[in-house]
Design a protein around this ligand. Structure first.
Ligand code: NOJ
Length: 758
């Protein structure tokens, strides 16, 4: 039912909502301790706290600064180092911590940072895969497991979670985030912060400080090209990019990392508006901001800072508190302050924030509290941790297609042929960003499937995936010429009842510095798939990838497709349990799969345009001439072995006053043969507003378990938080008008109703 009179007055009545974070209140006792300590510190020692060095083995960026190990040790001794990254293991961390605590004038402990992105040694699915579970409890648990292993290895602080919203699958780093949606991204960001930081008291030595990164808009790099510039308007910045960061700040996150990109011409590292006005002042963030690796120095290459000194000045004044691997604060900030070119208050603010987090982590009470070799041995790789990452891996799998009842596989009497280099890989499933993991420690799909002994299982590799073994620091070179193994695979396929093909990207094909212009199956894999299809069409395609892929031919022709990402240490067990039906998949895509690269950016929460449909049966409407404008697989999409039906959508009233609780109910029924789980999704559309709103926006989701034949009444409550949006000045507002409510199992198949707000 339309409520047009409300639409007419929609712009007149607007409420602005206060958005200051409640979670970042200061503890007066800690502040007093910081006052006392800072009153004893020299300017050199203060700037020293703002200096971070890389460790001695792992490199996660261009060549590290800071000189040899000896030089680094010397500077620690002089109190000129506040933090180190990628030092790991109790023994190694103790060695550097002892110098800071026992040999410096003031004994200020170091804070040890590390990229704990999806697990430490026991590896969870890549973050994008975890997001596909929509399971906040499981995601929190996964971060908790990662935190416990990292903490047991002496680490105090992780450079995660990444919460960059991205609509561009060419950008390799989409694997590290939660996909394209700010609502889902915000919930997942908060769950991860809770998993890493626990209740934010750090009483447990198994919790570590987390970092919201990359602030901000890194996911919008032009053309999906790594380290590129970002041009972005306020509407997208406030409504899409910033909400997950706000959610992390509200959850009490202790640090924020700059992004490499410029935003409308200003490097994020020097973006005073975002860092000081929004993050530190408006949101009340009380932790500290760390630069990204060399991002202060890179402002010179950007053509923003004329030299290192200018870069140091811009970064510190903007609110970048710690220098990661630019090596610029230490040599320049002291003089800049002494010469009156930078106010000492900027340095003091940075140091206070860094010391605050060190105090909160308990490092002053006991700098060795994370350094217990017994705990290190017992925690890392424990059975419980393996169980947790297996659970997470199963929940992350998305069933994209299942025809001819190919899945689940029968457990006996079948001849199964397993194909593809990725099927036997024990390295690729660990994905990118798993620096502490030992190579080749994942359970492969081959190993996982061997555990099911009722069938005859045959494995043939087929054409090699790559020409050399990929690593974290080098490009992945796909095989595009050598067809050796193809004939053997074809012959084997002729005799199989079902062919399971594991294809996709190697784990090191996504992540930092892995942008691609072509997101088809790389190398010879599509040809391999087509050749096998000619001799046996009963194919289950298991995809391994860190980003959406353009798999049009497969999607049209292959009867069963399982999205299995890079699922971590327990990958092969998770995939096999899903293939054999011991686990009924329930994952839903957190990112749209395009039909081709030319559609990018393609995302579900777009604006309508003025000509969305072909209403006049001529060419003048918003479309492409050569391909449908719809995605290949939409956001929120994912099947189950069972079927779900949505009906009976009701809203408790037709017209609401502001502040009233809006209740949306509907019936969800499992109409299929299997028990299963469904991620029920709720979207709204603010039909007319002072700033045009998307055609739909996710505003709620619930995971519902239903036995075969069972149905349940599901309720969602909508409040002003879900109905409002940010105006172009960054104020959160709620406007009167008509709202469409949609519910369903993905962002396209939805049932709907409407209500008015006055
Ligand atoms: C650069 C990456 O952008 C960032 O995410 C990471 O935390 C640092 N390097 C440290 O490895």
């Amino acid at each position: 039912m339309k409520i047009t009179q409300i639409v007419i007055i929609s712009i007149i009545s607007i409420i602005t909502v206060n958005t200051v974070s409640a979670q970042q209140k200061l503890n007066p006792e800690t502040e007093k301790k910081i006052d006392v300590l800072m009153s004893k510190m020299t300017l050199e020692e203060k700037v020293g706290q703002m200096n971070q060095y890389n460790g001695f083995w792992d490199v996660t960026g261009p060549a590290p600064v800071g000189g040899s190990a000896e030089e680094k040790y010397e500077n620690i001794k002089k109190g000129l180092v506040g933090s180190m990254l990628t030092v790991r293991g109790v023994k190694e961390v103790k060695a550097v911590q002892k110098i800071a605590v026992e040999q410096t004038r003031l004994g200020i402990p170091l804070i040890i940072g590390f990229d704990v992105i999806h697990g430490y040694k026991t590896i969870s699915p890549i973050p994008l895969a975890e997001a596909a579970s929509w399971d906040l409890k499981a995601i929190e648990k996964s971060a908790e497991v990662a935190a416990s292993e990292a903490a047991a290895s002496g680490i105090n602080w992780t450079f995660g979670p990444m919460m960059d919203i991205s609509r561009d699958a060419r950008w390799g780093r989409v694997m590290e985030g939660a996909g394209e949606d700010p609502f889902l991204g915000g919930k997942i960001a908060a769950a991860r912060v809770k998993g890493f930081q626990g209740d934010n008291t750090f009483k447990s030595p198994s919790r570590i400080a987390a970092t919201a990164k990359h602030f901000a808009a890194y996911g919008f790099v032009e053309a999906g090209l790594e380290y590129n510039a970002v041009e972005i308007g306020n509407n997208t910045l406030f409504n899409q990019v910033l909400p997950p960061f706000k959610s992390a700040v509200d959850a009490g996150i202790r640090s924020v990392m700059n992004s490499f990109n410029t935003i409308n011409g200003t490097p994020a590292t020097a973006d005073r508006y975002l860092l000081r006005d929004v993050l530190k002042d408006k949101w009340n963030f009380s932790g500290f901001v760390v630069s990204d690796w060399a991002s202060i120095r890179e402002m010179i290459s950007w053509g923003f800072s004329k030299d290192e000194k200018a870069a140091a000045k811009s970064a510190v004044e903007a609110g970048t508190d710690m220098d990661m691997e630019s090596g610029i604060y230490l040599p320049y900030l002291i003089d800049l302050v002494k010469q009156g070119k930078v106010k000492e208050s900027f340095v003091d603010d940075a140091v206070r924030r860094i010391l605050r987090v060190k105090f909160e982590l308990g490092l002053f009470d006991d700098p060795y509290r994370f350094l217990d070799e017994k705990r290190e041995k017992e925690t890392i790789g424990s059975t419980a941790n393996h169980e947790a990452v297996l659970d997470m891996a199963k929940k992350s799998i998305v069933l994209l297609k299942n025809e001819k009842n190919l899945l689940p596989l029968k457990k006996s009497g079948q001849k199964i042929l397993l194909l593809g280099s990725l099927a036997e890989s024990k390295n690729s499933p660990l994905g990118s960003w798993r620096i502490a993991a030992d190579n080749n420690t994942a359970v492969s799909v081959l190993e996982g499937m061997k555990a099911y002994k009722g069938n005859q299982l045959n494995f043939v590799e087929g054409p090699k995936l790559t020409t050399s073994e990929p690593t974290f620091l080098t490009e992945v070179n796909y095989n595009t010429t050598d067809r050796k193994g193809l004939e053997e695979a074809k012959n084997a396929a002729k005799n199989a009842d079902v062919v399971v093909m594991v294809l996709g990207e190697h784990g090191f094909s996504s992540g930092e510095a892995r942008s691609r212009t072509n997101i088809d199956l790389p190398g010879l894999q599509e040809e391999f798939l087509k050749e096998i299809f000619k001799v046996n069409p009963n194919i289950v395609l298991v995809l391994n990838n860190g980003r959406p892929l353009t798999i049009n031919w497969a999607s049209e022709n292959i009867p069963a497709i399982v999205e299995a990402w890079h699922l971590g240490t327990q990958a092969g067990n998770a995939v096999s349990q899903v293939l054999y039906g011991d686990y009924n998949p329930s994952g839903k895509l957190p990112m749209t799969f395009p039909r081709n690269v030319g559609q990018i950016p393609v995302y579900y929460n777009h604006l309508n345009t003025g000509r969305p449909f072909d209403k006049d049966k001529n060419v003048f409407w918003s479309h492409y001439s050569d391909v449908e404008k719809t995605p290949l697989y939409p956001f929120g999409f994912g099947l189950s072995y069972t079927k779900f039906e949505y009906s009976d959508l009701k809203i408790n009233k037709k017209l609401f006053s502001k502040g009233e609780n809006i209740q949306v109910t509907f019936t969800l029924k499992n109409t299929g043969k299997y028990d299963g789980k469904e991620v029920a999704q709720l979207y709204i559309q603010d039909e007319s507003a002072s700033v045009a709103r998307p055609v739909k926006e996710l505003k709620g989701f619930q995971i519902v378990e239903l036995k075969s034949g069972e149905s349940k009444k599901i309720t969602f409550n909508l409040t002003e938080k879900e109905l409002g949006f940010y105006d172009n000045s960054g104020n959160f507002i709620i406007e009167e008008g008509t709202f469409k409510v949609m519910v369903g199992g993905n962002s396209e198949s939805l049932i709907s109703d409407e209500f008015g707000l006055e």
